[in-house]
Design a binder for this molecule. Structure first.
Ligand code: TRP
Ligand code: ZN
Length: 882
C-alpha cells in the first residue's frame, strides 16, 4: 500500500508533456495473480520541448519486468524503474520511437479496486483518476490522448467474455485452452477512460439507431441469472441516447455500447469509452427488490455515464483541476434528462434537498474548496459534491443567465470547437461568452470562490409611488485558504404576487438588470426598484433555486402560506413550505434541549396539510411537502452548538403534532393513493407510493403503535412499500416484536440478494438513539457483513456515520471512536473508501462542545497513526485544521 509522501499538486505548475504519445498497443495475458501486461507505446518529442528531457512515466506499486526500445533491449544505464515511476533518458530528439514495457500485476491482491482487479470471479478495471498507472508505466494524465488497440489473452472456460473499449476487431483460439480477442478504439482517449473486463457473465442485448441512421449494438452484462433485472437500465439507456440527440444534438460514435455491472466498486459508475463499468446497485432492478429511488438512480446514472461520451470523453479535461468541466456539466445534463423524463419541479426539489444536505455542509466546513480547485494532495478526494453538484448548479446558472437558446448555441460551439481536445474551464466559459457576447468574468468567480453565498433581502413598498424596493446584500463566507472574497454575479429568479395570489408585473425595474424574471445581483449591496406595483407584493426570491445560495429574507407566515398556495413555480411552493417549517423546527430543537414543551406553529401545520390534501397537486410534490427538513437540515440552519438529541426530539414532537392534526387526511391518503394493477416504476406511480408512504409514517406517529406499519409490511408487494414499512417499524418501534420479526422475515426472504441485504444493514444502522451503536457492532460480526465489499461497508459503517445523527453522535463519543477504528481498518484495504466515509466528520465543529471534543480526539487518533494512505491523511488533516 502506498502511504502519504506529503506531495502537493498545484494548478499553477501545469505544463504539457515533453513527449507526444501517438498510439498505444496493449496485450494482457490474464491470470488471477500474475497478469502480464505488455504495452507498446509510440512517442515523439514535442516540438520545442527540451531535447535532453527524460521521459518520466507514472507507476503505482509496479515492478518492471521488461523494457524494449524499438524492439531491442534498452541498456540498463538508460533508465531507472521504481514502483512509482519509470524514467528513460537519452531519447531521440526527433522522430518517433517505440517503447515496449512489460509489467506483471496481481489482480487478486488488488483490494483498492483501482487498476485491474477481481470482483465476483471476473476481471475488471477502474482507471479514473490515476488507476492506469497500477497496470503499466504510462503518462497517466488526462491531456495525453491516443488511440488504443487492446489484445486480451485468457483461459477460455473461465473467461468466455473478453471486453475492452471501442469496436471488436476479432478473436480466435490461442492454444492450451486459451483464447484471445482484439479491440480497437479509434477515438483518441486519455488512460483514465481505458477499460478491460473479462470473465463469464450473462447479457441482455438491444440496439439503437442513431439520428444519422447508424445501428449501435447495446449490451448490458450482469451475473448469470440476473439478466431479467437489467431491463430497466437498458430502457433508460435507449431513452438517454434519444434525449442527447434531441436536446444536445449529440450522436453516439461507435458500433457498440456496453455496460458491465460489478458488485465491488468504489463509486457509482465509470464512463470508460464504449465500455461503462457500473456498481451493480445502479443497474439491477425489479419491483420485488428495488425501490422507486433505486429506479430513479439507475435512470440518472445510466444517463450520466452515457452523456459523458461527449462531455468527458470526446472533450476531456486538460488536468484534474478541471474535473468539474466534465462532472459538473454531465450532472447538469443528467438532471435535465431526469427532469424531462419525470416531473421537473419534483426533480428540482429533490436536487435542491440533496445539494443542501450534502454540498452546503461541505462548502460550510473544513473541506470546502472551489468548484475548480487550484491545489490537491489526492485527486480521489476531489470527486466531491462541490465539483459535481455545485458544478452542475454553475452550469445551470449559465443557462439561466443566457437563456435557453443562447446556452444551446454556447454548447454547440463547445462541441464544435473542442471535439477531440483536453480543455479547461476557461475554454468552456469562453464558448458561452463568444456565443452570447456577454462578459462572464465576474460570473466565473463561481468556479474559483468556495463557500455558499449568503444573500440577505429586505423589501419596502411605497403605496403612493406604487414602487417596491428590494434591497439585496451578498456575503461570501471565508473558507480554508480563501478569506477575501469578491462580489459574485448571482442570478435570482424573482416574482411578485398580489394578496389574491395573482402575479404582479412591474412596468420597469431599475437598480439591477432584470430580464425574464431574473434579477442580476452583481454588487455587494444593490437595490432593485420595481415600478408600477399596484398593491403590496408578496415576493418570491430564488425561484427554482436559480442560484445555490443561502437566502435570508424575513417573510411573515401569512406571506409564505400565500406563496405555498399560489406560486406558479412549484419548487418555490415547496421552498415556502420549508421556510414555514424551519422556525418551528429550530424552535422545537431549542425547546426540546431546554426540556420545554414543543409547540408547532399553526400556519405551518395548516399550510402543510393543505398541500398534502390538494388534489390539484401531483402526489410526488405532496410527498415532498410532507417530508420535513431533515435533522441534518435543522443542524445546518442552527449552525453551531448542535445537540443531535435535542434536534431529534424536537423534530419528532413536531411530526407528532402534524400527525395529530392531519390524522384524517393521512388515513384517507392511505386509502386512496394506491397503485392498482401491475407494478410500474414510472414517476407518477412512484409519486403515489411516496405520498401513501409519507401518510403511513405520520399515521404511525399519530397512533404511536406498530400495528399499521406491520399490516403494511405484510401487505407490501414491492420493495418501496416494504422498505417504508420496515423503516417505520425499525426506527419508531425498534424494540417491538413486530420490528424484530419484520427484520428477520426480510432477511430470510432476501439473504441471497446482496443489494437487498445492504438495505437490511442500512435500515438498522439508521435507527435513532444511542443504543444503535451496539447493534452496529453486532452487525459487523454478522457473517453477511463483507469488509471487502464497498457497498456493504457503506451500507453499515457509511450509513451509520452519515445518516444517524443521534446514534453516531451519541453524547459519550463512542460513535466517533468507533468510526476512527473502522477508518483505520478500511484504509488498509481501500483508501478511497476510507477517505470517503471519513468525510462524515466534516461538520464536527458545529457540535456542542462536549461532542465536538470527543470528535476532535477521534480525528486526532487517526491523524497520529503512522502509515496512513494519502487519501485519509489528506482528509483527516484538513478536517482538523479548517
Ligand atoms: N467519472 C465517474 C463518474 O461518472 C466517477 C468515478 C467512478 C470515479 N469511479 C471512480 C472517480 C473511481 C474516482 C475513482 O462520475
Ligand atoms: Zn461523472
Amino acid at each position: 500500500m502506498r502511504t502519504d509522501t506529503g506531495q502537493v499538486i498545484n494548478l499553477a505548475d501545469y505544463r504539457p508533456t515533453d513527449f507526444v504519445l501517438e498510439r498505444v498497443d496493449l496485450t494482457f495475458e490474464l491470470d488471477p495473480t500474475e497478469t502480464k501486461v505488455e504495452s507498446r507505446l509510440i512517442f515523439h518529442r514535442r516540438e520545442g520541448a527540451d531535447t535532453k528531457a527524460p521521459l518520466i512515466l507514472d507507476g503505482d506499486e509496479l515492478a518492471l519486468s521488461g523494457l524494449l526500445f524499438d524492439q531491442s533491449d534498452m541498456p540498463a544505464n538508460q533508465y531507472t524503474a521504481t514502483p512509482e515511476s519509470l524514467t528513460i533518458r537519452d531519447l531521440p530528439e526527433t522522430g518517433p520511437f517505440e517503447l515496449t514495457i512489460t509489467t506483471i500485476i496481481n489482480p487478486e491482491a488488488n483490494t483498492q479496486l483501482m487498476g485491474l482487479y477481481r470482483t465476483g470471479g471476473i476481471y475488471c478495471t477502474q482507471c479514473e483518476a490515476e488507476g492506469f498507472r497500477r497496470i503499466t508505466y504510462f503518462l497517466d494524465r488526462p491531456d495525453v490522448l491516443a488511440p488504443y488497440t487492446v489484445n486480451i489473452i485468457a483461459d477460455k472456460a473461465a473467461n468466455p467474455l473478453l471486453l475492452s473499449n471501442g469496436n471488436f476487431l476479432g478473436g480466435a483460439g490461442y492454444g492450451e485452452g486459451k483464447h484471445f480477442a482484439a479491440w480497437f478504439d479509434p477515438h483518441p482517449k486519455p488512460s483514465y477512460l481505458f477499460a478491460l473486463v473479462a470473465g463469464d457473465l450473462g447479457v441482455i442485448e438491444d440496439s439503437f439507431t442513431t439520428m444519422s441512421g447508424r445501428d449501435v449494438a447495446l449490451k448490458i452484462y450482469v451475473e448469470h441469472g440476473k439478466e431479467p433485472r437489467a431491463g430497466y437500465a437498458m430502457d433508460a439507456l435507449k431513452r438517454s441516447m434519444a434525449w442527447d440527440e434531441e436536446t444536445f444534438g449529440r450522436e453516439y460514435d461507435l458500433d457498440i455500447f456496453m455496460v458491465v455491472a460489478v458488485s465491488d466498486f468504489n463509486m457509482g459508475a465509470m464512463e470508460n469509452k464504449g465500455l461503462n463499468v457500473f456498481n451493480d446497485k445502479y443497474v439491477l432492478a425489479d419491483p420485488e427488490t428495488a425501490t422507486d429511488a433505486d429506479y430513479a438512480n439507475i435512470e440518472a446514472i445510466i444517463a450520466h455515464e452515457y452523456f459523458h461520451n461527449w462531455t468527458g470523453n470526446r472533450i476531456t479535461c486538460r488536468d484534474w483541476f478541471q474535473l468539474c468541466l466534465k462532472e459538473g456539466l454531465t450532472v447538469y445534463r443528467d438532471h435535465e434528462f431526469s427532469a424531462d423524463q419525470r416531473s421537473r419541479p419534483v426533480k428540482r426539489i429533490a436536487e435542491v434537498r440533496h445539494l443542501k444536505s450534502e454540498q452546503f455542509p461541505e462548502d460550510g466546513g473544513p473541506l470546502a474548496h472551489p468548484v475548480r480547485p487550484t491545489t490537491y494532495r489526492e485527486i480521489n478526494n476531489f470527486y466531491t459534491t462541490t465539483v459535481y453538484e455545485k458544478g452542475s448548479e454553475v452550469t445551470r446558472m449559465i443557462a439561466t443567465l443566457l437563456g435557453k437558446e443562447t446556452f444551446k448555441k454556447g454548447m454547440d460551439l463547445y462541441f464544435d470547437r473542442h471535439d477531440g481536445q483536453a480543455v479547461t474551464i476557461e475554454d468552456f466559459v469562453r464558448c458561452f461568452e463568444d456565443a452570447s457576447g456577454r462578459d462572464l468574468a465576474q460570473f466565473s468567480l463561481w468556479y474559483h470562490q468556495a463557500g455558499t453565498p449568503l444573500v440577505t433581502a429586505s423589501g419596502t413598498y411605497d403605496a403612493a409611488g406604487k414602487t417596491f424596493s428590494l434591497a439585496l446584500e451578498q456575503m461570501i463566507p471565508s473558507t480554508p485558504g480563501q478569506s477575501d472574497k469578491k462580489a459574485m454575479h448571482i442570478p435570482l429568479s424573482v416574482a411578485l404576487f398580489a394578496e389574491d395570489g395573482s402575479a404582479l408585473q412591474p412596468v420597469s425595474v431599475t437598480g439591477a438588470e432584470y430580464t425574464g424574471n431574473v434579477l442580476h445581483l452583481t454588487q455587494r449591496t444593490q437595490t432593485a426598484v420595481f415600478d408600477g406595483i399596484a398593491s403590496r407584493p408578496v415576493v418570491s426570491i430564488n425561484r427554482s433555486f436559480s442560484a445555490p445560495v443561502n437566502l435570508h429574507f424575513d417573510q411573515t407566515p401569512a406571506d409564505l402560506a400565500l406563496l405555498a398556495r399560489h406560486e406558479t413555480d412549484h419548487f418555490a411552493r415547496w421552498q415556502a413550505l420549508t421556510d414555514l417549517a424551519l422556525p418551528t423546527l429550530l424552535g422545537a430543537a431549542r425547546d426540546a434541549g431546554a426540556g420545554k414543551t414543543v409547540v408547532a406553529e399553526r400556519t405551518f401545520i395548516d399550510a402543510l396539510l393543505a398541500a398534502a390534501s390538494d388534489e390539484t397537486l401531483e402526489p410526488a410534490f405532496r410527498a415532498q411537502a410532507l417530508a420535513l427538513p431533515s435533522e441534518a437540515d435543522i443542524a445546518r440552519e442552527l449552525g453551531s452548538n448542535n445537540d443531535p438529541d435535542a434536534i431529534h426530539a424536537g423534530r419528532q414532537a413536531v411530526m407528532q403534532q402534524v400527525a395529530a392534526a392531519g390524522k384524517e387526511i393521512f388515513a384517507a391518503l392511505l386509502e386512496t393513493m394506491t397503485t392498482p394493477g401491475a407494478f410500474s416504476p414510472d414517476a407518477k406511480s412512484a409519486g403515489r407510493r411516496a405520498l401513501r408512504n409519507a401518510a403511513l409514517g405520520y399515521l404511525s406517529h399519530a397512533e404511536n403503535a406498530p400495528v399499521r406499519a406491520k399490516t403494511a409490511f405484510d401487505a407490501a408487494n414491492n420493495m418501496t412499500d416494504l422498505m417504508q414499512a420496515l423503516t417505520v417499524l425499525a426506527h419508531r418501534f425498534p424494540d417491538s416484536n413486530e420490528a424484530t420479526e419484520a427484520l428477520a422475515t426480510f432477511l430470510a426472504r432476501y439473504s441471497e440478494n446482496p443489494l437487498v441485504v445492504d438495505k437490511w444493514f442500512s435500515v438498522q444502522a439508521t435507527i435513532p438513539g444511542a443504543a444503535t451503536l451496539d447493534r452496529v457492532l453486532a452487525l459487523l460480526d454478522n457473517p453477511l457483513f463483507k469488509r471487502t465489499n464497498p457497498n456493504r461497508v457503506r451500507a453499515l459503517v457509511g450509513t451509520f456515520a452519515f445518516a444517524n445523527p443521534t446514534g453516531f453522535g451519541r453524547a459519550d463519543g463512542e460513535g466517533y471512536r468507533f468510526l476512527a477504528r473502522e477508518i483505520l481498518d478500511i484504509d488498509g484495504r481501500n483508501p478511497q473508501l476510507a477517505a470517503r466515509i471519513l468525510t462524515s466528520m466534516r461538520s464536527w465543529r458545529s457540535l456542542e462542545p462536549i461532542r465536538a471534543e470527543h470528535a476532535r480526539k477521534a480525528l486526532a487518533e487517526i491523524e497520529r497513526t503512522a502509515g496512513l494512505s494519502t487519501d485519509v491523511r489528506d482528509i483527516v488533516e484538513r478536517t482538523l485544521k479548517g
